[in-house]
Ligand binder design. Structure first.
Ligand SMILES: [Zn+2]
Length: 251
């Protein structure tokens, strides 16, 4: 029997008719999680009251820049003109790409704060649905995951998410990975994953976050261990507090 990984309701109490894409279809995602109910699926895809986008769009309208950039590398004939985002403009200034916020949100700090927060939720939504899909034997309904469930689905608290800055824009991508992106959990041993903390790679970007509530000391220890593992490729990490903390252009 299907049981929703977010609300933990089963087929007797809710419906599972719609396909819930774990990675947005518009980013090229082909997989869906059968254990996401229609109500929870709608929650992530529904236009938010205070904004003109959904949580899923906060994710796809930002990461589409990275995807386009990787597609550009794969097929050099694609031009800068194909970058399209609800939130950003990409301009070519003397051969160097620059990302700027669209005029209507440039001076709206509240909107930008919301965008960053909803992007983070979208990232966790994507991770949780892919993580459970790729690990069918995992006890995904465990209370242990309520920390991230409550953040992404129920808005009860914020969680820190870290973005890792590369030393050089060098990526190891499988063929077609930009076209059909995947969440990579085990590409190499440089990603730290333990009981309480997790890292993954998506479209060349590496993100890390606690899966359960950690003290500042515990969090710092995890990040220190993580940076040591990846010191040949990454220079540092930042907690994502604004949308430009992420290098969507992969420069
Ligand atoms: Zn549900």
């Amino acid at each position: 029997m299907k049981k929703c990984i977010w609300c933990k309701k089963d087929e007797e109490t809710t419906t599972f008719e719609k396909k819930a894409h774990s990675i947005p279809l518009s980013l090229g995602g082909m997989n869906f999680n059968r254990n996401v109910c229609d109500e929870c699926n709608k929650f992530f895809g529904f236009t938010l009251d205070d904004y003109s986008y959904s949580i899923e769009e906060a994710l796809k309208e930002t990461l589409c820049i990275s995807r386009e950039r990787l597609l550009n590398r794969e097929t050099a004939k694609r031009k800068v003109g194909s970058f399209k985002s609800k939130f950003f403009d990409v301009k070519d200034r003397n051969g160097k790409l620059r990302l700027s916020l669209k005029k209507n949100i440039f001076l709206n700090y509240e909107y930008q704060r919301g965008l960053c927060h909803n992007f983070k939720k979208g990232l966790i939504k994507m991770w949780f649905e892919e993580y459970s899909r790729q690990n069918p034997n995992l006890d995904i309904y465990s209370d242990k995951f309520d920390y991230i469930r409550n953040f992404a689905r129920y808005n009860s608290h914020d969680i820190p998410i870290y973005f890792f800055n590369r030393k050089l824009p060098i990526f190891l991508l499988k063929k077609n990975e930009a076209e059909t992106p995947r969440l990579i959990f085990n590409r190499s041993t440089i990603y730290l994953q333990n009981e309480n903390y997790f890292e993954f790679e998506f479209l060349g970007q590496v993100f890390g976050f606690p899966i359960s509530s950690l003290s500042d000391v515990e969090l710092t220890e995890n990040l220190k261990e993580s940076l040591e593992l990846k010191k040949t490729l990454f220079k540092d990490c930042v907690e994502i507090k604004k949308i430009f903390d992420i290098d969507f252009l992969l420069m």
